[in-house]
Design a protein around this ligand. Structure first.
Ligand code: ADP
Ligand code: ASP
Ligand code: MG
Length: 425
C-alpha cells in the first residue's frame, strides 16, 4: 500500500460528469489499497469568472479580498468531489487550505507555501478515507487566506506530496503528458515519455503552462516523483497501465536524453519590453534604472544594454505584461528624469520564444540554427538571452505561432530522433 497524491485541473473538474469521472478514477486507486490525497483546481473558468467580477468593481482590487474571493473556486470543487466519492460509496472528506493548514507567506495572489501540517490528513487516511485538499491556497501567519498564483494547484499538489512523503504525485490534466511544445499550437508536437527535471524547470519558467514553475521547484527540492497524465481517458483503465502513462519528470539524465539537442520549445505572451533611449552611460546606471523597478516589486526578466556611443547608451528590459502600465509610469515619471534618459519607449506586443534542452550543453551551433530559422521566416529578433540549456528570443507577438512551428520543425521535434546532426554541423 502506498500513499499517492492526485491533482486534477480545471478542465478535469469542469462539469458534474467530469467530477463523477474523477471520483471513479480516485475510487479505483482507493479500492486497489492505496491511500489517496486529491488536490483539485476550481471548475474550469471559475477562477477567471471570480477575478472578472472583482475587476468590475475596481481596476486594482485589494489583494487580500481577491484571495478571499478566488479561493472559493477550489472550496466548491473540493466539496463536490467529496460528495461524488461519497455517492459512489467511498469515504471522503475535503479540507480548505486554511483547515489543513497550508501555511504561506503573506504575498497575496502569489503567496509561497512555507509548511503543511499533515496531522489531519494522516488521521483521515488512517481512518480509510480519501482526503481532498483544495489547491491554490493557504493561510498566512495572521490568519488571512492567500492564493498561490495562477496554476497554483500544481504547486499545492506537489507540496502536499512532499509533506506526506508520497510515493508519487500524479498531475491529471487535459493533455496526456508533457509535449515537445504546446500541442494546441503545434499539432505535430510529440509527448515525451520522460523529461529531465532541469528541462521541465526551464520549460515551466519560460511559459509552458502545463506545470506551474513552483511545482517543479518543489519536486526538485524534495525529490517528489511527478507524472503528468490525462484525466480524460476511461477512468477505469487498469492501474498498471495508468501508472506508466503520461510523462515522468526524472532526476536522472540518461544517454538517450543527452542525444536530443533541443527537447522542447516554450513560449510566453506575458511579455512587455521597456527601453530607455540615450541614457548617459555612467557607472551605476543599471542600478539607477532597475533599482526603482525592483523596489516597486516588478519582476525584471531579460536585460540588454547597448554599446555606448558618444557617452550615451540604450537600455532595454522585459517585464510581465501585467506590469506594463505600472512600469511605464515609473520610468516616465521617476527613472528617466533621474538618469537623464532622452526618451522612454515601450512595447507590449512582444512575446518570448525559447528552445530548451540539456543536450545544448554539449553541442555548438544550436543558437545559430534558431536564428537562421527565424530569419528564413522573416522574423526580426529584438532581444536574445542564453543560459546553459536554453536560448530565448523576444519577437513581435504576431509571429509567435509561426516561430514556434518553424523551430519545432527545424529541430526535428516532430520526428522520433531529433536533428542532432544538423545542429552540430
Ligand atoms: P490544468 O487545468 O489541468 O492545470 P492547464 O491548462 O493549466 O491545465 O495546463 C495544461 C495545458 O498546458 C494543455 O492543455 C496545453 O495546452 C498547455 N501546454 C503548454 N505547453 C505544453 C507542453 N509542452 N506540453 C503539454 N501541454 C502544454
Ligand atoms: N484555479 C486556479 C487558476 O486557475 C489554480 C489552478 O487551476 O491551478 O489559476
Ligand atoms: Mg494548470
Amino acid at each position: 500500500m502506498s500513499l499517492i497524491v492526485h491533482k486534477y485541473g480545471g478542465t478535469s473538474m469542469g462539469s458534474i460528469e467530469r467530477i463523477q469521472n474523477v471520483a471513479r478514477r480516485v475510487a479505483k486507486w482507493h479500492a486497489a489499497g492505496h491511500q489517496v490525497v486529491v488536490v483539485p483546481s476550481a471548475m474550469s473558468g471559475e477562477t477567471n469568472r471570480l477575478l472578472g467580477l472583482a475587476k468590475e468593481l475596481s481596476p486594482q482590487p485589494d489583494g487580500r479580498e481577491l484571495d478571499m474571493l478566488a479561493a472559493t473556486g477550489e472550496q466548491a470543487s473540493s466539496a463536490l468531489l467529496a460528495m461524488a466519492l461519497q455517492a459512489q460509496g467511498v469515504g471522503a472528506r475535503s479540507y480548505t487550505g486554511w483547515q489543513v493548514p497550508v501555511r504561506t507567506d503573506s504575498a497575496y495572489t502569489k503567496a509561497r507555501i512555507r509548511s503543511i501540517d499533515d496531522a489531519r490528513i494522516r488521521a483521515d487516511l488512517d481512518a480509510g478515507r480519501v482526503v481532498i485538499v483544495t489547491g491554490f491556497q493557504g493561510i498566512d501567519d495572521d490568519g488571512h487566506i492567500t492564493t498561490l498564483g495562477r496554476g497554483g494547484s500544481d504547486t499545492s499538489a506537489v507540496a502536499v506530496a512532499a509533506a506526506l512523503n508520497a510515493q508519487e504525485c500524479l498531475i491529471f490534466t487535459d493533455v496526456d503528458g508533457v509535449y515537445t511544445t504546446d500541442p494546441r499550437v503545434v499539432p505535430e508536437a510529440r509527448r515525451m515519455r520522460v523529461v529531465s527535471f532541469e528541462e521541465m524547470l526551464e520549460m515551466a519558467s519560460l511559459g509552458s503552462k502545463v506545470l506551474q514553475i513552483r511545482a517543479v521547484e518543489f519536486a526538485g527540492k524534495f525529490r517528489v516523483p511527478v507524472r503528468v497524465l490525462s484525466s480524460l481517458t476511461d477512468p477505469l483503465i487498469p492501474l498498471d497501465e495508468e501508472m506508466t502513462s503520461g510523462t515522468l519528470i526524472t532526476f536522472e539524465e540518461d544517454q538517450k536524453m543527452e542525444s536530443a539537442v533541443v527537447s522542447g520549445i516554450a513560449f510566453s505572451r506575458d511579455e512587455a519590453k521597456m527601453t530607455l533611449l540615450a541614457v548617459p552611460d555612467t557607472p551605476g546606471v543599471a542600478y539607477s534604472i532597475l533599482g526603482p523597478v525592483a523596489a516597486a516589486n516588478i519582476d525584471i526578466d531579460m536585460i540588454v544594454q547597448n554599446q555606448s556611443v558618444r557617452g550615451t547608451t540604450d537600455f532595454s528590459f522585459t517585464v510581465n505584461r501585467n506590469d506594463y502600465h505600472r512600469t511605464l509610469e515609473l520610468l516616465k515619471n521617476q527613472v528617466a528624469p533621474s538618469v537623464g534618459a532622452q526618451e522612454v519607449v515601450a512595447d507590449n506586443e512582444v512575446c518570448k520564444v525559447s528552445i530548451v534542452g540539456i543536450g545544448m550543453r554539449s553541442h555548438v551551433g544550436v543558437a545559430s540554427l534558431m536564428f537562421r530559422t527565424l530569419s528564413e521566416e522573416g522574423i526580426n529578433i529584438q532581444m536574445i538571452s542564453t543560459s546553459e540549456i536554453k536560448t530565448s528570443v523576444v519577437i513581435n507577438d504576431k509571429y509567435m505561432e509561426l516561430a514556434v512551428r518553424a523551430l519545432h520543425k527545424a529541430f526535428g521535434l516532430d520526428q522520433e530522433a531529433s536533428a542532432v546532426g544538423e545542429a552540430s554541423a
